[in-house]
Design a protein around this ligand. Sequence first.
Ligand code: G4P
Length: 529
Amino acid sequence: MSQANGAEWARRRTYAIISHPDAGKTTLTENILHTAGAIRQAGAVRARGENRRTRSDWMKIERERGISVSASVMTYEHDGLTFNLLDTPGHEDFSEDTYRTLTAADSAIMVLDAAKGVEPRTLKLVEVCRLRDIPILTFINKMDREALDPSELFDDIQDKLALDVTPMQWPVGSGNRFKGVADIASDEFIAYRRPVDDEYRPSERFKLDGNSIAGELDAAELEELSEGMEMARELMPEFNEQSYREGHLTPVYFGSALRRFGVRELLDALAEIAPGPGPKVAVKGPRETLEPGDKEVAGFVFKIQANMDPNHRDRVAFLRLSSGEFKRGMKLKTDAGKALTVSAPVMFFADDREVADEAYAGDVIGVPNHGVLRVGDTLSESGKWKVAGIPNFAPEMLRRARLKDPLKAKHLKKALESLAEEGVTQLFRLQVGGEYIIGAVGALQIDVMAQRVADEYDLEVVFEASPYDTARWISGPEAKIEEFIARHKSAIAEDIDGALVFMAKSAWEVNYSQEKWPDLEFSRTKERE
Ligand code: G4P
């Protein structure tokens, strides 16, 4: 089991849950927090931390400024470790924030619906995890319903996600015939009991070679289980921590979030194998990497939450700390040299938030500011660091920005540029004609853009359909790029940093262009410098 020895940062486990809508992410999150005691004990956590954090301050700030911050980070303790569970917005609020949040996580839990396996949204989120080789632990949920056969699920993960799969457990039955799971390493059977009330009780365990197992499983079930376990042991890769940590192998667990089965085992597994904060590659700075144990406080902004009150321009920037011991009131500088005193940093709890007096590498704090901070900014004491943080992601929705009053074109430019810089949406300007196209990965981003352009810049803008379906950043030999541009004049744009972008009418066109122009690269992401 993990130990609480050593530096504070080494006790941090920062992770996110990824899933397709309806697989059970919300239910699992709730039950993780319950099982860890975070929801019921929120009051206790507060009492213990009374000297460290002053809760009322933040509530006041929130009230006075009308900032609404959803529970974007949920912190709980388990097994001597501090877990930061980052919320990855899903459903209607799926947006670039969902992807960006993953860049702030050190590992992820992938939740699959046992009847459906890998679904499209899961696939996309895993692709984003791949960019940083984020280790993925799999939880196959809804075993209390009819499920696919375990080997079908394993094949699905292996084929669709190109990950090695190690079953850590093997289930017996599903739906009405779901009996529980066997823990492959310990040869124990963990019995499923449908909960009768809201109490959280640890599951009962039986030795597979003991006498009492006969009271749980009949001969046919035991036979099936032993075949399954044999297959897992002999035909599937053994769990290899390094391979998991490098993002090549996923250990698989089973359960039912709704029936609170398998959640404690999942918490224990995370405590045992999920990595803590690691080194961060610097694109600029005194050294090549920033280590979590470094003295200097540094971190990067992965999300900005705008104030919903139009009378204020306050924003909360979510800062993932990469190194050092942060203390309230510290002066930090962005990589562009802007200084700010972090006097009211916010720490988030399961159902609460408090002003943080200290935070460590792996933690996420909310930094209220007046629009000084942007997504992707690095904040550090010296201001000399810039870490490789948040890439841009190829938009899946592209809208043309049409102004109702053409005389306000200059204002529109300013509004779109500054909101895009903040990370609300992406912005592309067509080389021919100069039209603005905004790009997003989720519809919510376009709504927020429209709302803020209206509220904060007083502009009437219609975001209408554009002929483009997706965008790719172009790179390669200059002569080839020029040749490509000459042939695709009307489909070339520049992003907010002036990088060249191919505006494609369909995914098919992207593939076709890639085949016809093998020397060029059409990228789905762009690292920001
Ligand atoms: P999401 O955040 O991934 O979108 O999923 P969410 O937790 O909201 O779960 C989606 C639906 O699946 C919910 O049902 C939820 O109760 C159900 N669910 C989640 N985990 C399990 C499970 O382990 N077993 C079973 N049988 N169902 C599960 P709903 O009908 O959409 O909502 P509700 O009316 O139950 O709240």
